[in-house]
Design a protein around this ligand. Structure first.
Ligand SMILES: Nc1nc2c(ncn2[C@@H]2O[C@H](COP(=O)(O)OP(=O)(O)O)[C@@H](O)[C@H]2O)c(=O)[nH]1
Ligand SMILES: [Mg+2]
Length: 236
């Protein structure tokens, strides 16, 4: 039997029972050394669904995706981590290719909704949100990136080395955790790889990312990271 990847698949959940039921059979659990869930306090049967399938469900001290990223990094022992949110948006077929990119030398691998060949869920339904996303990505590139243009700095579907995530010393508690990771990786001039992805509609339940508060939180991250911007020096 092939040895599993030296990588942990991290499922991020907050009331995602519909998505889990829909996707479970396509999630490549056996390819990974471990699969864990970090749960933000689900009450819809998500926790029971995972536990019944042998997936350890980790609690977080307070809710928020940023907190969940750090709980995952601290609780695991593999070389790499792949973060997957089973809400229907992300394609399980991209999980292993993302891990491959990091195993192959990328310091951050992002499933991009804006690279050629990709598709964003918000393209039609919530066009304004997609535009805001792209504007935030443009700003991050402009201010912090010295390498090739990164087309999606915000998508949470991503992989990186566990030690690298710890070394970034992230501080964001909620949604813009991914933006902070992308910016800090750019500041360190880490090679960032992208995988074009097709984003599907949500499987059920509701998005927890309210556009305006989350947009504002992204801007806050941008401002916090500004002292490392290229206009102020070389960054790090
Ligand atoms: N562990 C954890 N997961 C969360 C939390 N908030 C949201 N998620 C998960 O993160 C993923 C993305 O959230 P979602 O609300 O769909 O955001 P959107 O895709 O930007 O609309 C989903 O799988 C959520 O269940 C949280 O506080 N903790
Ligand atoms: Mg979603």
């Amino acid at each position: 039997m092939e040895r599993p990847r030296d990588s942990t698949l991290v499922l991020l959940t907050l009331n995602e029972i519909d998505g889990l039921r829909l996707l479970w059979d396509r999630i490549p659990v056996s390819a990974f050394a471990r699969t864990i869930a970090v749960d933000g306090g689900s009450t819809d049967g998500t926790r029971e669904f995972l536990a019944a399938r042998g997936v350890p469900v980790l609690d977080q001290p307070i809710p928020g995706r940023g907190v969940a990223f750090r709980v995952a990094a601290e609780a695991t022992d593999t070389d790499r981590l792949v973060f997957f949110s089973p809400d229907g948006n992300e394609d399980p077929a991209d999980i292993e290719p993302l891990d491959d990119l990091v195993a192959g030398g990328a310091r951050l691998a992002i499933a991009s909704r804006f690279a050629p060949g990709s598709q964003n869920e918000e393209q039609d339904a919530i066009r304004a949100r997609a535009r805001v996303n792209q504007a935030l990505t443009w700003l991050a590139n402009k201010l912090f990136n010295t390498g090739p243009y990164v087309t999606d700095t915000i998508n949470g579907f991503r992989a990186l080395r566990r030690e690298d995530l710890l070394a970034l010393e992230t501080t964001v508690k909620r949604f813009p955790i991914e933006y902070q990771i992308s910016i800090r990786a750019m500041r360190r001039r880490w090679p960032i790889a992208e995988l074009p992805t097709i984003e599907a509609p949500r499987a059920g339940g509701e998005s927890k990312a309210l556009s305006w508060p989350v947009g504002k939180d992204h801007l806050k991250v941008l401002l916090t990271e500004l002292p490392g911007a290229r206009i102020f020096g070389t960054g790090r």
